[in-house]
Design a protein around this ligand. Structure first.
Ligand code: TYM
Length: 332
């Protein structure tokens, strides 16, 4: 069976982009793949994290996976640092990743900002660790939001470089799965910026644990233009805010974007926003409440993570040994 690997960083509140761009798609893919879902805490520490908040966030992301519909019996859920092979394979792969490839990574440039010399090595090497995450399980498919596309191309390049170097198909080239109308959810305040955890404005994103009133307020305040809604997706070109809100509606309702456009043709945003807010509350409300319930039992969450790490280790161990052996690292 084909294998999926994907993950979310335990940094701050999970938002609608994480849900629609990633987690929700995992739930849909779960029956057809052997799935490994990771809470990537080693990636989180490439930027400064408060130690207490990092642990809490690791449990919260675990709760989000389960509340959204990932079954911890069927799929493996674990935190990255609990399986040492991620760091070990990360180092090995760094020896096959030319610096020129890493220099092209736009996310590093965004995150490092103008202070490039002060950015830590881990932030720069981040995509190599991400390649290791995937290749450590010989994953064939990786469902992510669009912002991870470049990192996945690098993971494929690194796998190819390793295989060519030893003239053996050690690692499959992982396929990105960037799915649906909400693979790139934009800020509610600015349709040209990605919805992100690091945006200073709370009104820019809907969090998975927001209550009904908060969701309604955020949708109400979302930036729009003054035109009525178009009847086809073509009419959304150069209307980024409208495109974003209709894309969110399409993803949440599981209706094609063209059908959503047809339904709201000629309507004003006020009417559409009321429906969008009701839909978002109906879909996210139960997940947010379940997340809070699950996260309140830290012992139960930790037990799920421990079991997940054991199952992950059972797959990762032999793959790491195979890579070491192919490279010629003696394990006396
Ligand atoms: P992270 O934690 O930034 O985001 C987790 C997932 O959410 C998706 N996402 C979005 N999708 C649509 N619209 C948005 N505005 C939006 N914001 C985030 C991301 O694309 C991602 O799928 N490097 C990864 C984590 C990672 C990983 C991996 C993923 C580490 N190792 C191996 C897959 C495989 C990241 O920082 O995701």
């Amino acid at each position: 069976m084909n294998r999926i690997f994907s993950g979310v960083q335990p940094t701050g509140n999970l938002h609608l982009g994480n849900y629609l761009g990633a987690i929700r798609n995992w739930v849909k893919l779960q029956p057809d793949y052997d799935c490994i879902f990771c809470i990537v805490d080693l990636h989180a520490i490439t930027l400064p994290q408060d130690p207490v908040a990092l642990k809490a966030s690791t449990r919260e992301v675990t709760a989000a996976y389960i509340a959204a519909g990932i079954d911890p019996e069927r799929s493996i859920i674990f935190n990255q640092s609990a399986v040492p092979g991620h760091s070990e394979l990360g180092w090995l792969l760094s020896c096959y990743a030319p610096i020129g490839w890493l220099n092209r990574m736009t996310q590093f440039k965004e995150k490092a900002g103008k202070q490039r010399d002060n950015a830590v090595l881990g932030l720069y090497a981040y995509p190599v660790l991400m390649a290791a995450d995937i290749l450590l399980y010989k994953a064939t498919h990786v469902p992510v939001g669009e912002d991870q596309k470049q990192h996945l191309e690098l993971a494929r390049d690194i796998a190819g470089a390793f295989n060519r170097r030893y003239e053996r198909d050690v690692f499959p080239l992982p396929e990105p799965q960037i799915l649906g109308a909400a693979a790139r959810v934009m800020s509610l305040r600015d349709g040209t910026k990605k919805m992100s955890k690091s945006d200073e404005s709370d009104y820019s994103r809907i969090n998975m644990t927001d209550d009904a009133d908060t969701i309604a307020k955020k949708v109400q305040k979302a930036k729009t233009d003054a035109e009525p809604l178009p009847g086809t997706p073509d009419g959304l070109e150069s209307r980024p805010e409208a495109a974003n809100l209709l894309g969110i509606y399409s993803a949440l309702s599981d209706l094609p974007l063209a059908e959503v456009c047809r339904t709201y043709e000629g309507k004003l945003f006020s009417a559409f926003k009321r429906d969008l807010s009701d839909l978002a509350v109906a879909k996210l409300g139960p997940i947010g409440r379940r997340m809070k319930e699950l996260a309140s039992d830290a012992g139960a969450i930790d037990a799920i993570l421990r079991r997940g790490a054991e199952r992950a280790q059972a797959i990762a161990g032999p793959v790491l040994r195979e890579a070491q052996d192919v490279i010629g690292l003696l394990r006396p």
